[in-house]
Write a protein that binds this ligand. Structure first.
Ligand code: ZN
Length: 64
């Protein structure tokens, strides 16, 4: 029990926050999107085979 390396939270093993999942391809509006190996923000559209990156740019109206 003391040697368990499983994290208690739902965060993935890579240490990055939960991947944001787009619901639609921004290019062809296809909904069949898969995570791409190019990075943890990269998504591959199975409809048009484009690979795009989804980046969180902040919350509107919130200044840091
Ligand atoms: Zn597409």
């Amino acid at each position: 029990m003391s040697s368990s390396g499983v994290s208690s939270s739902g965060v993935s093993s890579s240490g990055s926050p939960v991947r944001m999942a787009p619901h639609y391809c921004p290019y062809c509006a296809d909904q069949d999107l898969r995570p791409h190996e190019q990075g943890h923000t990269a998504w591959e559209c199975r409809g048009c085979l484009r690979v795009f990156s989804l980046t969180f740019a902040g919350i509107s109206g919130v200044t840091s």
